[in-house]
Write a protein that binds this ligand. Structure first.
Ligand code: DPP
Ligand code: ZN
Length: 844
């Protein structure tokens, strides 16, 4: 398959003024009739009339009422058309039941549902399926389900049919249809200017009791977007639907968001604090797309970060406002490093705005989303909150109704602030994580930081130019007092120095406060200085970061030299554990060790070949050492952090539970799991149940509890996903492959459901030591299942091939085995375009 290039963008030959669709629903043969008003696009050179269409059976086609015979290919059709506005009518048959790829119209648990982003609409109707063709849609659904839903406002309905009208012009990827036996959990909302809106969360009968939190998160998101961005909702209804079979997290279809049920349904008994947190963030994310994505959409798929980076940034701000900014920032950076830095430093590295792709579904990545959000955070830091708000106001004003580009986006910042963003644009075009090397000197009251930036080569980009790096810095004196508050240094050169005058003593710098740029800081410093910052830094992120760096260095030494953990680290940790002036959620984060994959990444970055089994062993040893060093504190902390009263998912209670469960984790290294077993037996909510169970699994116990959990929850699909994922992700390295294999033979392993597949196979890939079993058993198992899934659901299969993206880090023997597994996938007859591209890029 040929790649598509950003450079080759050409405007659409025909524009659409109006779309009418009628669906006569049937599992095997749904008839879709389309009536579309086209007109030649004056801005286009080309006059070829081409409509995308895949896996459609054309029944009839007419232009202005006259039958026509289009020329059909597997990708779409062409037809001779008038050189003037005309009406196109076509009927096609499609088979939702046969659609296992979950793209287009498909059936999940007897319910009809769609997913059109990025290019699924072409499996529903012949259409110019590209985001720069926007039109109002009217949709009629005929079927015998209690709920018949589409985008926009309800227009009319009767027994067995319903009509919807969406007045806002939209691209086809935002089309949605849902039909099934669904119940609405509803509430009213009035926008700032007084528009009444009906909010509905649609769930399967029996799930009504689990929709409340999503509804509440939706109302808070709507209010927040009004006050933080001045953006109001623009239809009479807002529908959210929960569906069990879904490739992604959720989808922002206009007025009809469709969610993976995992990110909607929650009750204290079945969902963890983490689930509640994710539901809040994802409901907000999809809602915020109404302006950043829907009202202003993307010109083409290369501009995906225009809507995703911005919307992630917005949902991060929202969650920070709802909870704690410090904790949210730490969690976001943890994710960024775990997923995006990993991607950016391997064979799949690509710019935030990619310049070519074979299959766009492969570019819904951590780089486009999370690094895309970091780039916006940097912009905001550079222009300040007021400049940012003004630029956004202009963006909404100037581009409402447009399919826009990154150039449009940056131009509003230039126009509002007068800043030249030419160099800043490199953040969109250069892949790879910049390294920022720091040296310093001090003499006569003058302290100078010498900064040097360098970005390693990435596929297709051997040379990199210097980027604009906002470096937020504060200085502390040796007593721990802050002598220079946070100052923003703007680095633009490859090498640059910044001085601070009038300092009485050599200060301790706190660099890259708040993680002010997505870079890797390289600075030689002592464990004592890190411990000092962990104790004294006023910047919460850097306080945590100091502890993290310390832990990483201790772990690296333990892994490569078999050294014992030094007192600087253990004492600093003890101080954090004891400090009840600190937010419990922050303490929990500070007391947790870096993940095994984080350490592998750090070792690889410093030129050492990581051995996942040695890392695992060292981390276990460190856990035991921390457990012993603070032996007296864990039981007390565990007791004190118990939440009185009934469960609430509030940030403060969740923080206490997180600290309590962290204490339990260490405690269990000393009491062989007695306390965890007690908690498992008594737990009144899923957070504690999972906390106790994972603690037991981590120390190689919990067999009885795993059985009991199954007996209690086997009828609950979302809870069972947890049961599967825990076992594969926490299996001891030697047993991981066998555990996963056994679970794939379990009668409840519904492998065609993406959530279940991800729980088992994704759980194994997330078990760093288990996945990198030196025998290659896990590589083989994952490859077998990716090959199998590829026939059924290429999008999900391809996404999960990223398990192999770290190939280059490891020893020759592991590399050879990973390579063999990938080559076996590559050789599969009929390999999908999705998987072909991924495996090809990973193999290089
Ligand atoms: N656009 C969706 C989201 O990021 C993903 N398909 O919310
Ligand atoms: Zn999104």
């Amino acid at each position: 398959p040929q790649p598509v290039h950003l450079q080759e963008y050409a405007p659409p030959a025909y524009l659409v003024d109006d779309v009418h669709l009628t669906f006569r629903l049937d599992p095997k043969a749904t008839r879709v009739s389309a009536r579309i008003a086209f007109r030649p696009n004056p801005a286009a050179q080309d006059r070829t009339f081409f409509l995308h269409g895949e896996e459609l059976t054309l029944v009839s086609a007419r232009i202005d009422g006259q039958d026509v015979t289009p020329k059909i290919t597997p990708q779409g059709l062409t037809c001779a058309v008038p050189d003037a506005p005309f009406t196109w009518e076509a009927e096609v048959d499609i088979s939702p039941e046969a659609n296992t790829a979950l793209e287009g119209l498909y059936i999940s648990n007897g319910m009809y549902c769609t997913q059109c982003e990025a290019e699924g609409f072409r499996k529903i109707s012949y259409y110019p399926d590209r985001p720069d063709v926007m039109a109002p849609f009217t949709v009629r659904i005929e079927g015998d389900a209690p709920a018949l839903l589409s985008n926009g406002n309800p227009a009319d309905s009767g027994a067995g049919w319903a009509e919807w009208h969406d007045p806002w012009p939209k691209p086809a990827y935002l089309f949605a249809l849902v039909a099934g036996d669904l119940r609405a959990v509803s509430e009213g909302f009035t926008t700032a200017s007084g528009r009444p809106v009906e909010l509905n969360v649609w769930v399967r009968p029996g799930d009504e009791g689990r929709a409340g939190y999503a509804l509440d998160a939706l109302k808070r998101s709507m209010r927040w977007d009004e006050s933080a961005y001045g953006r109001e909702y623009d239809l009479d209804v807002f529908n959210i639907v929960a569906v069990d079979d879904f490739n992604m997290g959720a989808m922002e279809n206009k007025g009809l968001n469709i969610f993976n049920s995992k990110y909607v349904l929650a009750s204290p008994e079945t969902a963890t604090d983490r689930d509640f947190d994710l539901i809040e963030g994802i409901v907000a994310h999809e809602y915020f797309h109404n302006w950043t994505g829907n009202r202003i959409t993307c010109r083409d798929w290369f501009q995906l970060c225009l809507k995703e980076g911005l919307t992630v940034f917005r949902d991060q701000q929202f969650s920070g406002d709802m909870r704690s900014h410090a904790v949210k920032r730490i969690e976001d950076v943890l994710q960024l490093r775990a997923r995006q830095f990993r991607e950016d430093n391997g064979p799949l590295a690509h710019p935030v705005r990619p310049e070519s792709y074979v299959e766009i579904n492969n570019f819904y990545t951590a780089t486009v989303y999370e690094k895309g959000a970091e780039v916006i955070g940097m912009l905001r830091r550079l222009v300040g909150p007021e400049g940012y708000r003004k630029a956004l106001d202009l963006y909404f004003d100037r581009h409402d109704g447009d399919a826009a580009t990154i150039e449009d986006w940056l131009k509003v910042f230039e126009d509002v602030t007068g800043r030249d963003l030419t160099q800043f644009r490199r953040w969109y075009s250069q892949a790879g994580t910049p390294r920022l090397k720091v040296a310093e000197d001090y003499a006569d009251g003058r302290y100078t930081l010498h900064l040097e930036q360098h970005t390693p080569p990435t596929p297709g980009q051997p040379e990199k130019a210097p980027q604009v790096i906002p470096v937020a810095v504060g200085l502390l004196n040796p007593n721990g007092d802050e002598v220079v508050p946070t100052t923003l240094l703007e680095m633009t050169e490859a090498k640059q120095s910044f001085s601070f005058e009038g300092l009485a003593a050599k200060p301790v710098p706190s660099l890259l406060r708040g993680f002010s740029a997505p870079v890797i800081l390289e600075r030689e410093t002592s464990a004592e200085e890190r411990a000092f910052l962990l104790a004294h830094d006023t910047d919460a992120f850097n306080k945590w970061e100091a502890g993290r760096q310390l832990a990483r260095e201790v772990l690296a030494k333990m892994t490569t030299e078999d050294a014992a953990p030094g007192p600087a680290y253990l004492d600093a940790l003890a101080a954090v554990a004891r400090d009840d002036t600190l937010d419990p959620a922050f303490r929990a984060l500070a007391l947790r060790l870096p993940s095994e994959d984080d350490l592998a990444q750090a070792l690889a970055n410093s030129g050492i070949t990581p051995d996942p089994w040695e890392i695992h062993a060292a981390r276990e040893k460190l856990k035991a050492a921390v457990a012993r060093h603070l032996a007296e504190q864990w039981p007390a902390l565990y007791r004190e952090m118990a939440c009185p009263g009934p469960y609430t998912p509030s940030a403060s209670d969740a923080g206490r539970r997180a600290l309590r469960l962290t204490a339990l984790g260490y405690l269990s290294r000393l009491d062989t799991g007695d306390e965890a077993r007690r908690l498992y037996a008594e737990a009144g909510n899923m957070t504690e149940t999972i906390g106790a169970l994972s603690t037991l699994l981590e120390i190689g116990r919990g067999e009885e509890e795993i059985e009991a959990f199954y007996a209690r929850w086997s009828a609950d699909r979302l809870v069972m996903d947890k049961w599967f994922a825990l076992q594969t992700s926490l299996a001891p390295p030697q047993r991981a492959a066998a555990t996963a294999r056994a679970l794939t033979e379990h009668p409840d392993f519904d492998w065609k459901t993406p959530n279940r597949f991800r729980a088992v196979i994704g759980g194994l890939s997330a078990n760093a030591a288990g996945f990198h079993d030196p025998s290659g058993a896990s590589y083989e198992l994952v490859a077998d299942w990716l090959i199998r899934l590829d026939d059924v659901n290429p999008q999900t299969a391809a996404r999960m091939s990223t398990a192999f993206e770290t190939l280059g880090r490891y020893d020759a023997s592991r590399q050879a085995r990973m390579r063999a597994a990938l080559e076996r996938i590559a050789a599969k007859p009929g390999l999908s375009r999705d998987m072909g591209e991924m495996v090809g890029r990973i193999l290089g």
